[in-house]
Design a protein around this ligand. Sequence first.
Ligand code: HGY
Ligand code: MN
Ligand code: MN
Length: 405
Amino acid sequence: MEINGARLMGNIRTLGTLGINETGRSRLAASDEDKAGRDYVKGLFEEAGLEVVVDRIGNLYGIWRPEGCPDVDPVMTGSHIDSVINAGQYDGDLGVLSGLEVIRTLQEAGFRPSRPIVVVAFTNEEGVRYQPDMMGSLVYAGGQPLDEALDSIGTDGTRLGDELARIGYAGTIDPGDIKPATFVELHIEQGPILDVEGTQIGVVESLQGIHWKRITFHGAQNHAGTTPTSMRRDAGLAAAKVNVREREHALANDKFLCTVGTIALEPNAVNVIPDKATFTVDLRSPVKETLDSEDAGLEEYLLQVAEQEGLTVESEQLTCFDPVPFDEGVCQRIEASCEARGLSHRRITSGAGQDAQMMARICPTAMIFVPSVNGISHNPEEYSRDEDCVNGANVLLDVLVSLSE
Ligand code: HGY
Ligand code: MN
Ligand code: MN
């Protein structure tokens, strides 16, 4: 059996047009652009005759339970359709639209599943506007209280719960009411390994840990021209020292990464020494001990730099996700499909956070990766070849069939 590649890629390209603005494509969680994406995907679910359900954190489900299908725990697939700023059109979208495509293909083939099959688009996987990331699946898996998530205040000062209501996606059922037997997610690799190697499918057996912090240094605003260096209490310098130190640690250990992705200086004037620097750090490692020790070491360093530069410092932990092993049985089902289809494959760890890492807390879970050309992602240049996307969706088809026969 083969999915309809033209239909899948057409849906990906159409979804990819939503949220386009002068700088690129952005569909931040619970924004008007996210609403446009949700409305489009919901329409496709309805067109396929799926039961459409939205839960109270806004997760959007399409449930396929054909006549005579036992009402047992479903096989679930899906991903997210919210994006980062200036995003590509495959990150998350491929997983949701391939899950739908698999169901359409099975319907057309007259397949009679022994379990319902559910495709889900989780809320706020990216965590750009509201932290933490993977929020919809985290709440679903019981990792964050629903009300705490709904009360989260975005980088723009809005409250997530209000925004979900405003865009019409403050759903009715409690997150987690649908208890999946298994979860399988198709996603682009977003890194260079498969593309460089020429491997067609990544069998994702684990996922690295992620710690996010928001750090604020407070110093003294002063004149850039009259204040001697020895008298400066420069919050911006402190932030720079942290970034440099973290890069030195990352260069010394190929199993550790750090990114300072946001920084704001106040008063943010060319001739004024900044008295406030607010920035985020994104720490990643597949080794829990490494991540924990780098996190603790950074906290100590913050106090040292504050002492050296005559500042005060605040540090807020935004996420603290350990590395996650995925299910060996599901991985072997993915490999069996690759073998049957003659697709080259290899085990791989996800460098990116994924909704699957949260689903792994509640059911056997694994992921399928397809190559990202030149390993580019979180960038409008993000690109995966049609044939690779179709290969991934066909492998997803086989795995979902093997789980619901
Ligand atoms: O942060 C991540 O790795 C994911 O893209 N949310
Ligand atoms: Mn993603
Ligand atoms: Mn992403």
